[in-house]
Design a binder for this molecule. Structure first.
Ligand SMILES: [Mg+2]
Length: 378
């Protein structure tokens, strides 16, 4: 049998201006960017991946070019059906270049998107959904939760998410000393069977995080995500874990299999949240998810970007299992919604059974937001 080889790599960057900005404790998103990558082999089979581009604000076009100008030549002509080997090779071969420019994040993110595209390609070649390709027994229906809710907003925002079929809601906190009051207000509005999660986006010192935990004592909270910086001393994280019954969550800012393994073994976290577009792609995040579940913790993919990455996260969660929920951003994002993302019912999302991620072409509706498109081929 002939080996299918990588024949063509294309990237796109997009930006959609926002009428309502999206605020986190560390910055304001004034537009919604996304970077998509398409890889095609010499037999005409193709796959789609997404590369993290939310931060820095100017990063999307840089990453789209990085794939074509620094990485593509390492891929063209290589075996298209061995994504995990390609992930290892690319990580190894770009290491010195990433060291030289100090841009470990952009390289890791570009490789994550490439990895996702190769897995999609392989699943499509077999005529299977990505989750079915990863795991024959993967379910078609997964639990999800509403994310990206600014705690300062009115209860109407949670109501709208509830109306869209959500039963679990994640509030962004870490803004000011009113955070706990806002959390109490939203908690009081929850119905039976509904869950509240909190995400501080690394806003606090250990002392401020501890104060916050005191302030919300008695309020039922499913998890507290990144109360302190991901690189804070392990002892600070362990102290917070000891300090409260509320389980801690993190992972979107952890890079590398070894770092995830230590996080899983540390006893700090109840929930591990790798991002398929930031580090690891499908290869790395699937392994992290499996290690998480094997250790008795819950795998919940982090994702706050466009449609391709969300569909990859959904398929990963279905393939890995373990009862975690898919992160679904409730803020307006045309670069996500144009991809016909399945709606929710009673907190559950029914996924498409089409091959791969179920994406054939980029939706025409997003064309006017394109800021970069180019390709390289053999
Ligand atoms: Mg987060």
């Amino acid at each position: 049998m002939t080996i299918a080889t990588i024949a063509r790599i294309e990237t796109w960057a997009y930006r959609v201006p926002l009428s309502q900005t999206v605020e986190t404790s560390f910055g304001i998103m004034r537009d919604r960017p996304a970077v998509f990558v398409r890889i095609e082999d010499d037999q005409g089979v193709f796959g789609w991946g997404e590369i993290f581009a939310n931060w820095p604000a100017a990063g999307a076009e840089h990453r789209a070019r990085l794939v074509l100008e620094d990485i593509a030549q390492l891929l063209l002509g290589e075996n298209a059906r061995r994504p995990e080997a390609a992930f290892q090779e690319l990580t190894r071969k770009t290491h010195i270049r990433a060291l030289q420019c100090g841009e470990f994040g952009p390289f890791a993110q570009a490789i994550a998107g490439i990895d996702g595209a190769l897995w999609d390609l392989c699943a499509r070649a077999e005529g299977k959904s990505l989750r079915g390709f990863l795991n024959d027994n993967a379910p078609d229906i997964i639990p999800a939760y509403a994310s990206g809710i600014d705690c300062r907003k009115e209860e109407a925002v949670v109501d709208a998410a509830r109306h869209d079929g959500h039963v679990a809601f994640k509030l962004k906190v870490g803004f000011d000393d009113q955070d706990a009051d806002h959390v109490a207000r939203h908690a009081a509005g929850l119905g039976p069977g509904e869950t509240l999660y909190l995400d501080a986006n690394q806003a606090w010192s250990a002392d401020l995080a501890s104060e916050f935990l005191t302030d919300i004592e008695g309020i039922p909270v499913g998890w507290l995500e990144e109360p302190i910086p991901a690189d804070a001393p392990e002892q600070s994280w362990l102290d917070l874990r000891e300090r409260s019954k509320i389980l801690l969550a993190g992972g979107e800012n952890i890079v590398g299999l070894d770092a995830f393994r230590s996080a899983i073994q540390s006893g700090i976290f109840g929930f591990i949240q790798p991002d398929v577009a930031k580090w690891g792609g499908v290869s790395g995040c699937c392994r992290v998810g499996q290690m998480t579940v094997a250790a008795g913790l819950t795998y919940c993919p982090h994702f706050l970007g466009g449609g391709i990455g969300l569909l990859a996260s959904a398929n990963l969660l279905a393939a890995v299992g373990g009862g975690g929920r898919l992160e679904v951003d409730i803020n307006s994002n045309k670069l996500r919604d144009a991809f016909s993302i399945p709606s929710l019912q009673n907190g559950m999302m029914a996924l498409s059974t089409a091959p791969g991620l179920g994406v054939e072409t980029l939706p025409e509706a997003i064309d006017r937001y394109k800021t970069f498109h180019s390709e390289v081929s053999v």
